[in-house]
Design a protein around this ligand. Structure first.
Ligand code: ADP
Ligand code: MG
Length: 399
């Protein structure tokens, strides 16, 4: 689950990490209120969306000459003007895609006198099975570009979670940032605080870009992106409450309510499968037969009628879907129970596109009988290859 910048900063502040003062705002009035609580005279109004590159982004409504999503403001009046121009409008950045994202929240924060911009991020590195800290003196810009053109300017430090963060890790971070004296000490301390926060909050990724050195010698987190492991949210009610569903795909939000693993894709064949491996295989074989899956959908082991119905509704709410392939292995669940669920769900949602069902496993004959006697135009398939061929043919027939 991704967090907004202001939410991540709120969490990080609890670890003693240096962050400029700031206030979230949902309206122009709140933005003005927030600014009044800050010392001034320099304020920064920042669009809060789940995407980076806001500074260089453009608002659709303001055209190519309009200012971006991070705006220095020299007075409360300027904060007001900027807030008015940003709220409700659509910000397009390199990370949002062409559609952009509507700005519904702002963050009004202290303007900082920046001497240097650095880069620091933490992530779970599967290759080493450790937490990796990625550090670079080249902050504030596109880190992918730095990695591509000047990879020597990026240092990776890995931390064994069993051993934990050791003083030498902190020294390595400070050294990689080429900091000396008090700033060197600040960097080592900050690295430890960030690691502690990362582990405590079950983060998947925590990126500080830029981490800044101010003209008066402080290291501050100026921008941050945080993403936490959705499977660990039960341990963090406060973090879970920060979820902003308006930033997520509405169908994926709906799916998560029924504990369905759903990811929207670009094709026209809706898939309903149990088990991630079988779902992947089903998608592959659809492609092999010349069509493309409209989604990944794993209904999980205990697929009951409610789940199957919810899954059908989610698949059908995607206007690109021209046919559905159900591929379920009845191991724990018996095939006749699944067939009952499919028939009931298909009636419930007034199925309007061809449906091919492949069942395998316990009571498969009984299951097929139920599908046949349902009076619905369900095409039964015998194996994975047969199922894929049939749904591709059915969709072509209609088209
Ligand atoms: P994004 O990465 O989405 O573009 P950032 O928060 O990193 O957004 O802002 C982009 C740039 O704007 C920063 O690299 C920094 O130069 C400047 N900036 C951001 N916040 C402040 C601030 N509080 N004070 C001064 N400059 C800022
Ligand atoms: Mg940034």
């Amino acid at each position: 689950m991704n967090l907004h910048e202001y939410q991540a900063k709120e969490l990080l502040a609890k670890y003693g990490i240096g962050i400029p003062a700031g206030h979230a705002a949902l309206s122009v009035e709140e933005a003005i209120e927030g600014a009044k609580k800050l010392p001034g005279p320099l304020y920064v109004v920042k669009a809060q969306i789940h995407a980076g590159g806001r500074g260089k982004g453009k608002f659709k409504e303001l055209g190519p000459d309009g200012k971006g999503g991070v705006r220095l403001s020299k007075s409360i009046d300027e904060v007001e003007t900027n807030a008015k121009e940003m709220l409700g409008n659509t910000l397009v950045t390199v990370q949002t895609g062409e559609a952009g994202k509507q700005v519904n929240r702002l963050y009004v924060t202290d303007g900082v006198d920046i001497a240097e911009e650095y880069y620091l991020s933490l992530l779970v590195d599967r290759a080493s099975g450790r937490v990796a800290m990625i550090v670079s003196t080249e902050g504030g810009m596109d880190i992918e570009e730095v990695a591509h053109s000047t990879p020597e300017k990026i240092t990776t430090i890995t931390i064994d979670p069993a051993q934990g963060f050791m003083p030498h890790h902190g020294r390595a971070v400070a050294f990689a940032l080429k900091l000396e004296g008090d700033l060197n000490k600040q960097a080592a301390k900050l690295a430890k605080q960030l690691y502690t926060a990362f582990m405590d909050l079950d983060c998947e990724m925590l990126e500080i870009n830029p981490l800044v050195e101010t003209k008066d010698g402080q290291l501050l987190v100026l921008d941050t992106k945080m993403s936490v492991d959705g499977n660990a949210l039960y341990r963090h009610a406060d973090v879970e409450a920060m979820r902003d569903e308006t930033e997520e795909d509405p169908m994926e939000v709906e799916a998560s309510k029924y504990d369905l693993a759903y990811i929207k894709l670009d094709g026209n064949i809706g898939c309903m499968v149990n088990g991630a491996g079988l779902a992947m295989a089903t998608m592959d074989i659809i492609k092999l037969n010349g069509a493309f899956p409209a989604n990944f959908l794993d209904v999980g082991g205990g697929a009951n009628k409610e789940k199957v119905t919810a899954a059908f509704k989610i698949i059908l709410s995607d206007p690109a879907v021209e046919g559905i392939l159900v591929n379920i292995f009845g191991g724990i669940m018996k095939c006749d129970v699944i067939a009952d669920g499919i028939v009931a769900a298909a009636k419930d949602v007034n199925l309007s596109v061809p449906l091919v069902v492949r069942l395998e496993g316990t009571n498969v004959e009984k299951g097929k009988e139920i599908l046949e006697n349902s009076g619905l135009p369900i095409v039964s398939a015998n194996d994975l290859g047969d199922a894929a061929q049939k749904i591709v043919a059915e969709v072509k027939k209609v088209a």
